[in-house]
Design a protein around this ligand. Sequence first.
Ligand SMILES: [Zn+2]
Length: 282
Amino acid sequence: MSELILGSCRVRLIHAGIHWWDAGTFFGVVPKTMWSKRMQPDALNRLRFAFNCCIVETGRHTILIETGAGNRLSAMELSRMNMPEQLPALPDLLAAEGVDPQRIDIVINTHLHFDHCGGNTLERDGGFVPAFPRARYLSQRGEWEHAHERHPRDLVSYRSSNYDPLVESGQMELLTGDSELLPGIELEVTPGHNRDIMIVKVRSEGETFCFLSDMVPTAHHVKPTWIAAVDLYPLTAIDTKTRVLSQAAAENWWCAYAHDADTSFSRIHQENGKLEAVECRA
Ligand SMILES: [Zn+2]
């Protein structure tokens, strides 16, 4: 766990599981000769990543951004990702990291891919219950509708048990477009990885933190043209990243990434049009 004090807020980054995933998925058209200077693959050409969650404490609210991949992955999936056979439920994992899960009153899913909302629910008596019973859950309506389209390109990324029970009970609120969740906490739709993915911005006492989600899965992906192969709209992704990261550089934001296992927080530097992660904190 790594921590950032941002004005009157405390931001903590927690790895909800370390996993190994195919390098081609993350680096797309970027040649191995380039990315391998930064990350070392294993014998199966997999790289080490994390399912990152963020806890934002404002004093009045405890916000959880993303819930990882959860603990319902199959033995085959776990072995494919080189993960342990038994994974803890997210509330237990958070408690072990010193976060009281009972305090969480808002859960944000930037999008509904299983590795961002898998810990939303727990399996109980053949059904599904909220892992954070007190919390209001939030995601985008367009993303939820897309999940239900079951398009062959990305249906593998969606598991309805992670969100439908919460939508049905009214515990998950589906947003339409950008939203100011609370004073200083903004959700912005940033198309590219998919159509309705959001980033989360936290502003406090003149400082800004941004959870970049899969728009920038690791600090290496700050380069605008380093786009994951799974991004549905690569040209849009480049434009969105360039716009948001230029603002991050100009305003000296702290940023966090959805899948970086090494860098918890960094700032963004821009020079001669080039963007890179700097001041990287483990
Ligand atoms: Zn995703």
